[in-house]
Write a protein that binds this ligand. Structure first.
Ligand SMILES: [Zn+2]
Length: 198
């Protein structure tokens, strides 16, 4: 017996999400359908509200509900240090370590030619302009310890070698192939504290 069309359609939507296969999609859909209608309405409304209210900070390109974002406009943060990350989730992971007081720059991805993500698709030009304008003292490259992260770090090091900025990278505490987003607070905290100057 095949599932009703509306269910198939819903399962297909969940299946598009990262890290969720067809089995989990089915499980989530059946779980949701067993919940009261009010719960589902709240779920759907929160999703649309988030989409409507969230914008992208024009300074650091982090998701935010204000421009500039709360980190960029916080006068207590150290404006001399800029931490380059791939995604908003990485900002969250680093904030959770309570080990970092500087500002961020979210590239919105990493260089990955097989997937057609070339440097011009990322916020690299904006990073160069920002460094030129604000002249921070240190740039920390906090990119994933995988091929795309490594390619992006090397690209940025070469690109910025003539600009007057100290570049450092996270210490090698993170396992190879690992994603910053999933690193535990303590490991990531150490990797940040023991960062290596290039
Ligand atoms: Zn910002």
């Amino acid at each position: 017996m095949s599932l009703p069309k509306s269910l198939q359609k819903l399962i297909a939507q969940f299946d598009k999400l990262p890290g969720i296969g067809p089995k989990t999609s089915e499980k989530l859909v059946f779980h949701l359908l067993n919940r009261p209608k009010e719960d589902l309405k709240e779920f759907a409304d929160s999703l649309l509200d988030a989409k409507e209210q969230i914008t992208i900070c024009s300074v650091c390109f982090n998701f935010s509900d204000s421009i500039p974002c709360s980190i960029c406009k916080d006068s207590n943060r150290d404006k001399e240090t800029l931490c380059v990350v791939a995604e908003t989730q990485d900002v969250q992971a680093i904030e959770k370590t309570n080990n970092y007081q500087g500002l961020y720059h979210v590239l919105q991805g990493t260089i990955n030619p097989p997937e057609n993500i070339t440097p011009d698709k990322l916020k690299i030009k904006e990073l160069q302009q920002r460094i030129k304008k604000d002249q921070p003292n240190e740039l920390i490259l906090a990119l994933n310890n995988d091929i795309a992260g490594e390619t992006t770090s090397l690209y940025l090091i070469k690109l910025l070698q003539d600009s007057n900025i100290n570049i450092s990278r996270l210490a090698k505490g993170l396992p190879s192939g690992s994603e910053i987003e999933y690193a535990d607070d303590i490991t990531l905290g150490y990797a940040l504290k023991d960062r290596k100057k290039i």
